[in-house]
Design a protein around this ligand. Structure first.
Ligand code: CUA
Length: 316
């Protein structure tokens, strides 16, 4: 859907209209006061100009009504901006629980995208409409920024951590992806397309793809080059803690702390294993920094997330 205001990008996500309204509100309030103040400066300069050299201005000692008015009205207006903006920000910062996950890795100078079923693409991202989509974002090298103006969302891709963003596409269509962080000589060419499709078209598109993130993650987990499985056994008999059911759980640490095992904790534990050592275990795990790339790291994390606690069905 094209927006009524032609300077704005297409309006294609569940938050786009509200984002535009907030933007319009802030712009309108600012414009109103710019015009008001400028007009009053001119008007008063003319009206109260000095008419002859002996003229002395009236002695005024303030006005409580006037001062309260120009304090309270701007206060209320700026609080509306703050509360509305913060509310929208928090909703955008918290992906809904029922989201479908897509992994995106930025790299000089391309976007690598991987769907939950394992289908991969480069510089294109197919998504179903009407569905909450959460993006797990990583970077292979430097800072990038995954920006989809038609959805009114953007998020930094930061080397060394995983960031998230989410959207719900409302209109089928093809929209721009930009890198919105200067990342080197070909930054301006780091662009792509989001293709929003009706859910049945998306399913049809997916079934035409190949490969599986979960399978590649499982392969990596058992790969002798990484050998995760030799220490992280399904039961608790390994030299490392079992990873079954670890995702989303609260992990007790050596030294008495606790951490919730989210994507970033799993990432850190692979790249810098001694940063947070699980209680009851020794800091013997080697770092995989430089050994595993960001894309494989995402696959491994996607696989670890599927490991159900021992004794329940669905795990391996
Ligand atoms: Cu990547 Cu700019």
């Amino acid at each position: 859907m094209q927006t009524p205001f032609p300077l704005l990008p297409p309006n294609a996500s569940s938050v786009a209209t509200e984002m535009d309204l907030l933007y319009l509100f802030i712009t309108a309030v600012s414009a109103f006061f710019v015009v008001l103040v400028a007009a009053l400066v001119l008007f008063f300069a003319l009206k109260y100009r000095r008419r002859h050299p002996e003229e002395v201005g009236a002695d005024i000692h303030g006005s409580l009504v006037l001062e309260l008015t120009w304090t309270i009205i701007p206060l209320v207006l700026s609080l509306v901006m703050f509360v509305w903006g913060a509310d929208l920000f928090f909703r955008l910062a918290r992906p809904p629980q029922d989201s479908m996950d897509i992994f995106v890795v930025g790299k000089q100078w391309m976007w690598k995208v991987q769907h939950p079923s394992g289908v991969r693409e480069i510089n294109e991202m197919h998504v179903p409409t009407g569905r909450n989509v959460r993006i797990f974002l990583g970077s292979e090298d430097v800072l990038h920024d995954y920006s989809i103006p038609a959805f009114r969302v953007k998020m930094d891709a930061v080397p060394g951590k995983i960031t998230t963003m989410w959207f719900n596409a409302t209109q089928p269509g093809t929209y721009h992806i930009f890198c919105a962080e200067f990342c080197g000589t070909k930054h301006s060419g780091m662009i792509g397309s989001v293709i929003a499709m009706a859910p049945e078209d998306y399913e049809r598109w997916l079934s035409g793809g190949s490969g599986s993130a979960l399978n590649s993650g499982e392969k990596l987990f058992n790969d002798p080059a990484y050998a995760c499985v030799t220490c992280h056994k399904a039961d608790s008999s390994g030299r490392g803690p079992t990873l079954h059911g670890v995702y989303g759980s609260t992990v007790p640490l050596v030294g008495g702390g606790k951490v919730v095992a989210d994507e970033n904790y799993l990432r850190e534990s692979i790249m810098n294993p001694t940063a947070k050592v699980v209680e009851g275990y020794l800091p013997i795990m080697p770092s995989f920094q430089g050994t595993i790339n960001e894309e494989n790291l995402m696959q491994l994390i996607a696989y670890i997330k599927t490991l159900k606690p021992a004794g329940t069905s669905g795990g391996k």
